[in-house]
Design a protein around this ligand. Sequence first.
Ligand code: HEC
Ligand code: HEC
Length: 274
Amino acid sequence: MHGKIMKLLLCLAILLVPITFSKIVKAGDDIKEYTPNCTYEEYEKIYLNFYGNSTQEMAEEGNPAELMLDDGEDLYHKVEGTKGKSCASCHGENGEKLRGVAAHYPKYDPTIKGINTIALQINRCRKDKMGAKPLKYESYDQLALTLYVKSLSNGVPINVSIDGPARKFYEEGKRLYYTRMGQWNFNCAICHVKYACKRVRTNLLSPNRHHGDHWPSYRLKWGKAGSIQRRIRGCMKNMRAKPFKYQSEEIRALELYLTYQSNGLPLEVPGMRM
Ligand code: HEC
Ligand code: HEC
């Protein structure tokens, strides 16, 4: 009797082990990428039919976030912290030493053994190089400085690297992009790859090609500028999923994944969206 139970348990164990193990698949290995439903060029045509050129007209009248950009430039020159320095003390009076830099971000950084973002680096410099308090993410000053630093790369083609140690974080970003989450069990790619160019109520779903090239952007819905991380968190809330925290490892991996999709496109900040 005892022996039979043991045999049964052994059989079960042999059956179950591969099942449980096969669930722990390394990031990226189990992803079946969707075929994009449309190109960005097709999307632009559909967009024009759908919304008319109202956003274009608004952009021509001027982007309200330009004011934030000016404030960012002022902050760049402001002496703060215990070391009596401003950003300009080290990075050039007109930011000349930071020109083109943001086109390579997010970027793997060996010091933090992870993905560095411009917003994160600004706070690291404030803390370590200036002896100043880090700025709260998504606060006006943090966004303004990020906007200014990124604007120093305006027109420079985005060139985010996923080689070497960055690869693993890219794969993690991709895995998250294809991970079902929230009450409705959606993933990001369903809306922005598989069903791109389809309508959802009053929205037209955009393919992700340009998702990484225009942040921080002014959004009419917000009535102000915000970061790509705020936008990602917004989509997660719409999915009824718990949004990743600002600058968490997960959201930085997603930012890397999305910015890589925009490689080759010129960085243009501040953007403007509905
Ligand atoms: C005392 C000098 C100093 C000050 C002040 C300083 N930084 Fe830095 N910054 C550095 C150094 C050195 C690095 C290179 C990385 C490191 O050592 O952490 C760096 C790196 C950077 C980078 C990334 C550069 C790259 O090539 O990837 C950015 C962006 C940046 N700083 C922005 C700022 C901003 C914005 C401020 C003001 C809030 C600031 N820094 C203040 C010294 C400084
Ligand atoms: C149910 C559909 C849906 C899902 C799922 C979804 N989004 Fe969105 N997303 C939208 C809609 C609608 C917009 C606004 C219109 C547009 O640009 O597509 C948007 C906009 C965005 C934008 C801004 C695009 C731009 O350039 O202005 C980003 C970035 C974004 N989503 C990322 C994500 C990420 C990351 C996820 C997964 C965590 C996700 N989305 C999941 C529907 C979705």
